[in-house]
Design a protein around this ligand. Structure first.
Ligand code: 9MR
Length: 367
């Protein structure tokens, strides 16, 4: 199945990663595989967000809106631990405009309201993507009833409408998401097929015009280190910025897996985007493994989180570090990668894993 091959590291990265992770020691704050129950934050037990604020970085999570409505522990933990939130799904096109011209903003509005009530910023995710598009749009393009000119107008209206709705309330917008293949060629999406490569510059211009204070970001997976795909982003960003297109941030998703090793040259990658004058961010970090989870795998997983966090803290341009869910209770991983999971810093009962301890230690150590 196509999906199971996504987020896979190339064999080379696997090899070098395996070498790199050996010898990582000093997992502190370890509470064992099952972890400990949710504890209130206090001076002796500071939350991630308290430590992040001291370190001058935002610590974020993707938020599952169904869980936020139904699960009190989830609501409280999301507020206690994080000062940035990203809608895991509810700001995507299929969610906000399920039928043409019929909008459903409620879940996205709810998240923005929750964030405001808890002093959190919001990362907007995502405006242009090849996935999670509404059916009316994909079928209209497929049957020819929506032609290229109309499609361009539809895209412009979508971006403008959504960005304006949350104007002043979004810190960073993922304007275009996952537009390159692993080899650095542009993804063969309906956007490329119908509109040609200029849709990317257009999207950034429209998003920036609708909310000049939100930082417009590129965002993708398998771009942690220096490789063909991240280099394609670098070249694109450099070219567009030279043309005055407002591409201001590079988002590194960070979907890793312990069986593929840790990517090489992450700091170098961040530094080259920084040298272009751009912001950087880790936007969707999780580290999956082949189930069942055991203590050794959890201990192996922890420094993956820490090393990405340290890369962020080591780069002045890196303003936020977001995990794609923080409890295994609500992680997307097992539903997509059969037999894999345990990818987040807390277990299904909100017990803190070694990964949580590493995030805490890393934030405490600061920049
Ligand atoms: O976590 C999201 C999951 O609930 C959705 O079913 C899925 C649909 O493709 O999207 C997941 O989030 C993705 C994110 O929007 C973009 N980067 C990859 C994430 C994991 O697939």
């Amino acid at each position: 199945m196509k999906l199971t091959n996504r987020f896979r590291m190339p064999a080379l990265a696997l090899l070098s990663g395996a070498l790199l992770v050996t010898g990582v020691t000093g997992v502190t704050g370890v509470t064992g595989v099952t972890g400990v129950a949710v504890q209130p934050a206090s001076a002796h037990n500071p939350s991630l967000r308290v430590l992040a604020e001291r370190a001058g970085v935002r610590i974020g999570t993707a938020v599952d809106m169904a869980a936020l409505a139904d699960d009190r522990t989830y609501r409280r933990t999301t507020a206690r631990e994080f000062d940035s939130v990203t809608a895991e799904n509810v700001m995507k096109w299929e969610s906000v405009e399920p039928q043409r011209g019929v909008y459903d903003w409620k879940p996205a509005d709810d998240l923005v309201r929750y964030a405001r009530a808890h002093g959190q910023v919001v990362r907007g995710h995502t405006l242009v993507w090849h996935s999670q598009l509404p059916t009316w749009l994909t079928t209209g393009v497929a049957d020819g009833s929506i032609g290229a000119t109309e499609l361009r107008g539809i895209l412009r209206d979508h971006i403008t409408t959504e960005v304006k709705r949350y104007k002043g309330k979004i810190q960073q917008w993922d304007v275009v998401n996952e537009v390159f293949e692993e080899d650095g060629s542009l993804r063969n999406s309906i956007w490329l097929q119908q509109l040609g490569p200029s849709y990317i510059a257009d999207a950034f211009r429209w998003a920036h015009a609708a909310d000049p204070r939100a930082k417009p970001f590129l965002n993708d997976y398998n771009v942690e280190g220096v490789n063909a795909k991240s280099t394609a982003y670098y070249d694109l960003a450099k070219r567009l910025r030279a043309q005055g297109v407002p591409v201001q941030g590079f988002g590194i998703q960070g979907h890793l897996a312990i069986q593929y090793g840790f990517p090489g040259r992450v700091a170098e990658n961040l530094a080259r985007f920084e040298a272009l004058g751009m912001q950087t961010a880790f936007t969707e970090v999780d580290v999956r493994m082949i189930l069942p989870v055991d203590e050794a795998k959890s201990v192996t997983q922890a420094p993956y989180f820490r090393r990405l966090l340290d890369a962020c803290l080591g780069a002045r341009s890196c303003k936020s570090f977001t995990v794609w869910g923080y409890t295994d209770r609500y992680s997307w991983v097992p539903g997509v990668f059969e037999g894999q999971g345990a990818a987040t810093p807390m277990d299904e009962e909100y017990g803190r894993k070694p990964a949580y301890g590493e995030l805490r230690e890393g934030l405490a150590a600061g920049r």
